[in-house]
Design a protein around this ligand. Sequence first.
Ligand code: 5CA
Ligand code: ZN
Length: 429
Amino acid sequence: MHSWRSPDVPTLPGESPLPRLFNQATGHIEPTAVGTDDRAGLYVCGITPYDATHLGHASTYLAFDSLNRLWLDAGLTLNYAQNVTDIDDPLLERAAATGVDWRELAESQTDLFRGDMVALRIIAPQNYIAVTEVIDEIASAAAELLELGFAYEVVTPDALNPGDADLYFDSARAAEATSWFLGLESRYDRATMLDLFAQRGGDPDRPEKRDALDPLLWRVARAGEPNWPTDGLTPRLGAGRPGWHIECSVIALQHVGADFAVQGGGSDLIFPHHEFSAAHATALTGKPFAGIHAHTGMVAYQGEKMSKSLGNLVLVSHLIEAGVDARLIRLALLAHHYRSDWEYTDKDLGCASARLAAWTAAPRADVDDADSLALLERMRARLADDLDTPGALAVLDAWFASPPAGAAPCPLTPVIEAAIDALLGIRLD
Ligand code: 5CA
Ligand code: ZN
């Protein structure tokens, strides 16, 4: 599927240090270990295309955009993939509720998302992959897991084709036979896992499962549901559609490779989604899924997590239609650390506006003095330390602050202007 147009990113003098990120799996801030080929591998979970793009989505993709910008500034090449969950229960439910064909809903919302990403100047993934583009690969991976003994069939009385059975992942066997274990990523206890599994699309109460937490790999066809043929697979799989977690394992393995630098998404994906995406991939390859499991905090609005199911959404496209400068949306989001949960209010845009006004009002200088080059290094140091964007903004605020009476204001020099563009994605001209 086509991605979107990436913004131009200016080159800066010198280099960023290798960025360090908080790893959910260890609880520590660690260097992002990139391969010897200097390619920085990143997989970020993409949207389920309905009600896109709200500020929570934007904040998550902006966090990983900050990482990509730092990696570029550190002289690395990006190897970035993102999926679109264009077949899943919530999408089908929304399509049915609104009387729109699910394919049309997915396409129109993915288009809207692409437009919002361009407006926000977010670097595009090299591979932007819809799940419906890789159904064959997912079905093969599910069959392989069955062959390897990491999956089992569960009798499915309402299957469209009698005798077809849903396929589940055998968590206990994976924990026994691979380096993955339940909790490797989340560190949650079992009660929390059971609770989150039920809330986030899991089916802990299906009695035939070996473990209540075993996730669905492949759902065989039911009457009235979209399904895909699986001809010629060994072992045999009934026609059907993928479970949720396996889509991200397969797309990441295919387009970023095994054992890449960073797996990313919002903290609502820590369990079960990321835990099991990693489990499936490790069962398939025998290797860890990613070096660092990175998660963004949740943006709330009107007291609750901004979410499609609650409908408390502030959409990027609505703000832009209302005349809000997209740079202000970016600045408002960058003012919060990517790992913190926070609540959006109109004040966020007001603060961003005041900040941008102060920066653009600064006198311009044609030459970079030692102080402005030192400021670039301070910005880099803040950002490389677990993407401390509020810290980087504070460095700039201090530079552009009103000078004491009689003192000359600090100027906007070419390197500072380029740094604001390259590292923060904001063009001042
Ligand atoms: N398609 C799946 C991932 S495979 C999915 O979670 N889609 S989504 O549309 O619900 O979310 C897209 C991304 O935005 C995910 O990384 C999710 O964690 C993140 N996200 C969703 N809501 C928020 C929020 N309120 N604040 C921050 N990030 C959010
Ligand atoms: Zn995902």
